[in-house]
Design a protein around this ligand. Sequence first.
Ligand code: NAD
Length: 285
Amino acid sequence: MSATIIDGREVAARVRAEVARDVAEMRKRTGRIPGLATILVGEDPASEVYVRGKRKASAEAGITDHHQHLPAGASQREVAAVIEECNDSPDVSGILLQLPVPEGLDGKALTAMISPDKDVDGLTQVSAGRLMQGAPGLRPCTPLGVIELLDSYSVALEGAQAVVVGRSDLVGKPVAFLLLERNATVTMCHSRTKDLPGVCARADVLIAAVGRTELIGADYVKPGAAVIDVGINRTEDGLKGDVQFEPVADKAGLITPVPGGVGPMTIAMLLRNTMTAAQLAAGEQ
Ligand code: NAD
């Protein structure tokens, strides 16, 4: 194996420690503490696990927990009222509505109600517009985590050929805009791209955010490229990425494993976004 393995757990731990330090410093300086409101509707076990992880990590960083759990039968109006209350609360710096919401609720409309200045998931249309126009704002967590990993391993982005496979609003599109913001030359690929291996093989930086187990083989990879695997695919053999790890690691310069690559970064960047939102609210950014 020739590639350097990018250690997402280590980078995430560093980011989380930095946030904890910034929270403590803000508390000491201003008496204010950033707060995160996680809003969970219903009893979906996977969502409960995700929300628990986010709350635990933010508590460890010293962020105040404003969790709200509504029953599965909550109406659109009831959930909307909780979001409005969080929008108005000076103690809440960031709001996270755990998706998907139960059937019968309109998750998109509820997400759109979140104040863009508290949108720590970066998923509202206002946040997406700010990202597209390069205006200050909160960016989606997983894409931010991808950039943090590349920066942590000193991967040059300016002028680099970056190829993003996947064009979702959650990962593909925002990561492409973040790379563009850093002056990479960005190509976006998707399910209708012709000659996907040929396009990917031109990449200095290859981001796979597809959700197709081990789609990306060594023939998709330029020797020495940085390969970031966002994919999380549950298989009979455990969690797998979108990249064939062993053969690609023999050809790439850097590669993220699955698990232990991008995965741990998402929560770390959520904490950083909550801190950023608190600083924005205090006029510090
Ligand atoms: P999505 O299903 O919304 O989007 C997938 C994208 O891949 C689409 O744009 C589609 O055009 C493209 N695509 C599908 N098949 C393709 C093919 N054969 N060739 C080229 N492109 C193809 O998925 P998503 O929400 O962007 O998530 C992508 C993956 O990342 C999933 O495995 C998901 O679990 C994972 N993910 C991980 C994290 C994390 O924290 N690490 C966060 C979000 C998503």
